[in-house]
Design a protein around this ligand. Structure first.
Ligand code: SF4
Length: 283
């Protein structure tokens, strides 16, 4: 059983010198240089099966309120954009498809798509919401202050985004691969359009645990409209039966540092799940 946060904080964080707690010092950057990080396998000169020219009308106007992903999926045929198809793609094909994708309106203003980074067979798959300005510039998820906090959270579990074995190096992806303009939340139609890519990433990585950070990630993985607070605190069955634990997005934790204690509980719950299934084959 993974110890709860008080004990774990003393025993592990103190030893590691990692302090991302409300009363502590600013989050520490892990020691591995960015150059040591790896992107998901490089794109390849493989024909891209999912993309067609799309001189089409814009999708129907997005509603003010967030509508269920299921409803957006039901309306997908009306969007008149090429549907993202990732079934059966290998890593190079998948990354090429993501970079070329025009399945939703987020393609219009992106500098580049951001497929994800990490170990192709990682035990942990981290899912955020969507690229921000820096991610759009750099082509990597979770950079900037949120990324630094995520790195510190991972380090507290002896995990990293730097090159390591699949027990330690995570894979990091987002619910949508292109930046929503102005850093707005992705619309349900956009989450639905991009979901095939996320599902294929899960199929390829076959993680022991998926950590969904924030409401958008939780909805993309669980198709649930429940508030994040109701989704925390238990292990869900995600796509293909993969275990999913929901927690706060690091950007939220930066604004609400007192919630880090609850976030740590979530990480411990997820670590318990990985340990409990350590001897079992990945789903
Ligand atoms: Fe395609 Fe996803 Fe980008 Fe939309 S967000 S254009 S579905 S890759």
């Amino acid at each position: 059983m993974t110890p709860r946060w008080d004990e774990r904080q003393r025993a592990m964080l103190g030893a590691l010198g990692v302090n991302w707690w409300p009363a502590g010092a600013p989050a520490a950057r892990p020691t591995a240089p960015r150059a040591a990080r790896v992107a998901a396998p490089e794109t390849a000169s493989i024909p891209i099966p999912v993309v067609a020219p799309a001189p089409v009308p814009r999708a129907t106007p997005a509603p003010a309120a967030l509508r269920p992903v299921a409803a957006a999926l039901a309306e997908a045929p009306q969007l008149q954009r090429p549907v993202a198809q990732a079934e059966g793609l290998d890593w190079p094909e998948l990354n090429a498809a993501i970079h070329a994708c025009r399945a939703c309106g987020l393609c219009e203003q992106r500098r580049q798509a951001v497929p994800g980074v990490g170990h192709g067979q990682a035990q942990w798959l981290i899912v955020g919401e969507g690229p921000g300005e820096q991610e759009d510039l750099q082509g990597e998820p979770f950079v900037g202050a949120s990324g630094q906090l995520l790195d510190a959270m991972l380090a507290a579990l002896k995990l990293t985004r730097a090159v390591a074995d699949p027990e330690r190096q995570v894979f990091i992806a987002n619910a949508v691969k292109c930046r929503p303009p102005g850093n707005r939340n992705p619309e349900p139609e956009e989450i639905a359009a991009c979901r095939p890519f996320l599902l294929r990433q899960i199929e390829l990585v076959r993680p022991r645990m998926v950590l969904a950070l924030g409401r958008i990630a939780a909805r993309a993985l669980l198709s649930s409209e429940a508030p994040l607070g109701q989704l925390r605190g238990r292990v869900h069955q995600g796509p293909g039966g993969v275990p999913v634990v929901v927690s706060y997005h690091p950007a939220y934790l930066l604004r609400n540092p007192l919630e880090k204690a609850r976030a740590w509980d979530d990480l411990c719950l997820a670590a318990d799940g990985v340990e409990a299934h350590g001897a079992e084959p990945a789903p």
